[in-house]
Write a protein of this length. Structure first.
Length: 78
């Protein structure tokens, strides 16, 4: 997925995966995934996608600061 926010392009195909977390099994309508990415320019973003009954029923990208990325990573180190 690719999204432009402001003047920056966030692309899951070209950015590096820092950490991926999945919840539920594949095909589970309440299951979802959250992936933290880092771009070559040092920008962080989170990609989310999930089942129709999950907290992320649609594919989305959200940019986050380095501080929030570090907090997200600590919360998802399971």
């Amino acid at each position: 997925m690719k999204k432009t926010i402001g003047k920056n392009v966030y692309d899951t195909e070209t950015a590096s995966v820092v950490k991926k977390s999945t919840y539920g099994a594949y095909g589970d309508p309440t299951g979802y995934e959250e992936t933290l990415f880092l771009t070559d320019d040092g920008l962080y973003f989170v990609y989310v996608n999930g089942g129709e009954e999950s907290i992320h029923p649609k594919e989305a990208i959200a940019r986050i600061s380095k501080v929030k990325a570090e907090k997200w990573l600590k919360e998802h180190l399971v």
